[in-house]
Ligand binder design. Sequence first.
Ligand code: OXD
Ligand code: MN
Length: 633
Amino acid sequence: MEAFLHANNNLDVLPSKIREYVEEKIKLCQPSNFHVCNGSDEENQQLLSAMELSGVIRRLRKYKNCYIATTDPRDVARVESRTVICTKNMNDIISTPKSGFAPITDPNLPKNLKTTQLGNWMDTDEMLEILEKRFAGCMRGRTLYIIPYMMGPYSSPYSKIAVELTDSPYVVVSMRIMTRVGSNVFNEIKTSDGSDVVKCLHSIGVPLPTDKRVNPTWPCNPEQTLVTHFPERNEVISFGSGYGGNSLCGKKCLALRIGSSLAKREGWLAEHMLIMGVTNPEGVKKYFVAAFPSACGKTNLAMLRPVGLPGYKVECVGDDIAWMHFDDEGRLRAINPEFGFFGVAPGTSKSTNPIALDMVHENTIFTNVAETSDGDVYWEGIGEVIDGLHETSIRSWKNKRWSIDLGEPAAHPNSRFCTTIKQCSILDPEWNNPQGVPIEAIIFGGRRPEGVPLVYEAFDWQHGVFVGACMRSEATAAAEFKGKQIMHDPFAMRPFFGYNFGSYLAHWLSFGAKTGVHLPKIYHVNWFLRDSKTNEFLWSGFGENIRVIDWIFRRLTQQASGCKTPIGIIPDQNVSNGILGNKLNPALLDISKEFWINECKAIRNYLEENVNKDLPDEICSELNNLEKRLSTL
Ligand code: OXD
Ligand code: MN
C-alpha cells in the first residue's frame, strides 16, 4: 500500500520516553514514512479507502461502512506455539514440567525457547537479539503507524496507556475500533516522561518489494512469526502475523499477558472474562463476570436476550476481558479495558445473538467471513437462508465461489467481526464508568459434552479458585489446535497467563485471606452437555441461559435453595423443576462418581506435571478433599 497521504510526522506530541522509543524503532525498521495517528474519522476513512484501493479490504455493498478482509490461509488464528513471555528468571513465568521440557523441533523457533502447556518462556536478552535481526529493515517501503491508545475508560485510576507501532493499516483501523485511540491519551499519563506507557511494536514482517510467494493483499511471515512479551520492560513485540489476536496488541498481549503480570505486581486481577449487568423482574441489578475459553459463547452470554423468564434484563459491559480491583469499601469492581468486540462470526445468528447480528451492520470490519453476490456477509450458522440463496452466489473466505458440496466451510471457523462497543444496543449505562461496576458473582465455564453439570456453586473462595484451576474444555478454532480434544484451560487463561500459573493461583488465593473484602461467590456452568445416545445437546442454551443466571441471582439474595454434592452446590429438585424449566432433563444435574473420579485423576496428573513444585498447598488439599467427598457418594 502506498504511503499515507497526509502523514503526521510530528513526534513532539509524544512523551519524551515514547519519542525516544519511536525514533529507535524507526531507525531499526527503516519504514519509508511514518505517521502519528490521531484516531479521527478523516484518518480512518483515508486508511480504509487506501486499503480498498489496494485490494486489502472489500466494501460490503449492503451495509454502511462495512468491509471484509481475507487473510493468507496460514495466518488465521493466534499462534500459541510462537507466543512467548520473556524475563530474566524462567520460574517467574513457567514451572519446570515434572517430565522436563520438550525439545524444540521447529527450525524456525529459537533453540533456547522453553515451551510448556501453560506458556512459553525465553531469556529477555536472547529474545531481544533474535527480534533485533527480524525487525532490522522489516518495514522497508512501508509506512510505520504510531498508535497512542488507552485500555479502559478515560480518567479511570485502573486504565493503562500504551502505544503500538505497526506497519499494518488493517491493525490501525482495527485498533481504533478495539481501543480508545488518539494522542489525547497522553494527557492521562501518570509520569511526565511516559515511562509508565506500555510499548508495543508490531510488523507483518514483509518489507517491500516482495517476491511472488507473498500474498499481495495479506502479506505475512508465518515461518518467522513470534509474539513476545516483556513484563519487566512493559513491552510487547509481535512479528510476522496480521491476525488480530497476534497483531492488535491491546487485546491479548497487553490486556491479558502484560495485564495479568501488572495485576499481580499491583494487587488486582486481569482476566479473560465478560462483564454483564443483570436486572431481575423486581428491578434489582447485579453484575457478574464469566470466564470461558475462546469460542465457547462468551459474546453470546454477554449479550444474552432472556427467553422464558419475563422481566429479566441483561446489559453488556464487555465480552472478553475484565480488569478487577477491590475498592476502598472492599467491593470487587470491574472495568472493560476494551472499546470494541472482536467476536467469532460463525454461529452468530438471529436466534443465538440477535444483538450482535444487528450491531455488525455498520462500521464493521469482518475478517475471513464469506460474501454473497449481493454484498452481504455469510458464515456457517448465520441461521436464516439468505433471500433467494439459489440465485445468490457465495464467495468463500478463500475468495472462491462456494457451495455446500465443496465440503468445506464458506467462512473460516475463526472468522471475526470487529465492531465498536458503542453499537451494542444493550450496552450497560455504566460501561464507561471510570470506577467500574461492582461484581457479585464469578462464573467459570467450558464446553464439556459429558459429566459436568449445568451449574454448580463453589463452597467458598478457596474451593472456587480450585474450580477455576480445574477448568477443561473442547479445543476451539481460535488457536492453531485441531480436533475436539478436551483441553485443560484453567481460568480460561491458559494461552494468556503473563506469569507462572502457580503464583497466579497464589495471587487469587491471597484475596481469600484479605480482611474487609466482600468476596463474590463462584460458580461453574456447562451449556454443552450432550445425550450419550443421540449426541443432541441436552440444554437449549442461549436465551434460556437466563434460567441459570436466575438461579445464581437468587442464590446471591438467599432466595434459592441448593443441594450439596461432592463437587459443589447444585439447584435442588424443587428449584430445578421450577426455575430451570419444567422439562429439565435430570441428566443436566447428574453427578457421576465414576466420571468425577476420572476427572480428579486427569486434574491431578495435569497439575502435578505442569505446575509441579509451584502448586499451592491449598489447591492440593482441595483436590484431596474432593476425592474424599467422592468416595462417600
Ligand atoms: C479471542 C480469543 O479472540 O479468546 O477472544 O481467542
Ligand atoms: Mn477471548
